[in-house]
Write a protein that binds this ligand. Sequence first.
Ligand SMILES: Cc1cc2nc3c(=O)[nH]c(=O)nc-3n(C[C@H](O)[C@H](O)[C@H](O)COP(=O)(O)OP(=O)(O)OC[C@H]3O[C@@H](n4cnc5c(N)ncnc54)[C@H](O)[C@@H]3O)c2cc1C
Length: 426
Amino acid sequence: MLNDKVISIVGAGISGLSCALKLAGSKLTKGHTIRIFENGDRTGGRAHSIKVDDFSIDLGAGRFSPALHPNVSKLINELGEKIEVFPFTKIACPHPHHVGLKEILAQLKPKMLSSYNESFFQFLCNHMGNEKSHAIINGLGYDSLYLLQISPKIAYDIIEKHPEIQCFSDNEGYEWFNLVDGFSALVKSLYERAAVLGVEFYFEHKLVNIQTKSNSTLLEFSGCDQQEIWNNSSYTVLALPPTAMSSLNVDFPNSWSDFTYGSIPLFKGFIFFDSPWWQDYNLENKVTIVDNPLRKLYFKSDKYIFFYTDSAYADFWHEETKKGDKEYINTVMRLIGMALNISIKELPRPSSNKFKYWPSGVEFALETYPEHPPVLSKNNGTIIATSDAYTPHCGWMEGGIIAGRNAAEHILKQLEKSGVTEEKMN
Ligand SMILES: Cc1cc2nc3c(=O)[nH]c(=O)nc-3n(C[C@H](O)[C@H](O)[C@H](O)COP(=O)(O)OP(=O)(O)OC[C@H]3O[C@@H](n4cnc5c(N)ncnc54)[C@H](O)[C@@H]3O)c2cc1C
């Protein structure tokens, strides 16, 4: 795998694919080979949908709002992906804690400007007392809001930018959509586009080691056959989230960044039934936030029910699934019954289910000031790390697209400079 002009991208998530497409579309990379190495056997990373019967479900990323995610929206339009309304912006069976919540949060918001070094939960407790603060976060359904690493600024960002709870902010009217064929369809289109432009893909290649030489970087992969595979590149983009970076031997973040990084586990559980019994309760296309481990419970048209949890309850469900399908489903059904005040005996048994636990579902920089640099780089700018976690859109595909393009721009600028120098020398 030796070639003078190789650009290697590690990670075929939306960041890596966006980087590859921007590079491959530029005349500055003429004569270069662009390669993407991916640990898994598919593209997309945390954007991952699967087919169940004749429809798609998103086990990872599942929705976007054109107002908040213009690059995702533009890409989806350009690629002609089919969209449908993601209807979960109105909460059914409102929680008693929801009464007056929008006003409370609006009144507290200016005060966060004078709150330094305290978490959102501490900030709430200082202003509202412990009991009311628990009630507020329980009513919001995102348990990351309890975490010590979540500052008031990040917490308001979470509240304002999530469809289920944007109604407690000024973003109440934002529209949200999902892809009819799931977000893997978007990723597949990006992959096909990149392949047409000549980008080479190597799946089941896990980066395990990096060595630098004067003008190039040697990348060691463990392949599916466990052989060592070395690749020699003039530019290397590590389109990997901070947790994946930390597991490489590159001293991340210490010798890369002044920032510290955090991550939160996520869990999505999908339950299928022979008939959409929730229609009898007028719950079609509604979401409810509950004070039990299901936290956010969604009733998707006449198709299925799903629940979505983060932080401690994501770990809780991960442990439940280890007890086996029967026990896991019994717990889910008991909690659905409790949430809706229906006896479990009146609920039909599910016909099947799917779930996915993401140990580091969302990754982010803990410091919100100063702004994170668009990319991190080493070795005279020839090794570049990029992730949605480094952008103001951390935790969103929007951030992944921006991150990938930032890394590509960084390389293109260097290629432009070296092209001008070469021309002068000739
Ligand atoms: C449950 C869940 C729900 C979400 N909901 C939404 C949503 O509704 N809307 C939204 O916009 N976003 C959502 N997100 C976030 C979104 O999925 C991510 O922001 C985005 O996919 C990040 O893309 P990425 O390419 O930066 O990282 P990733 O998708 O994590 O891609 C990184 C890739 O690198 C590969 N890799 C890792 N280590 C190595 C190695 N050593 N060698 C080779 N390859 C390696 C991985 O296999 C992976 O394919 C959600 C995420 C999750 C988990």
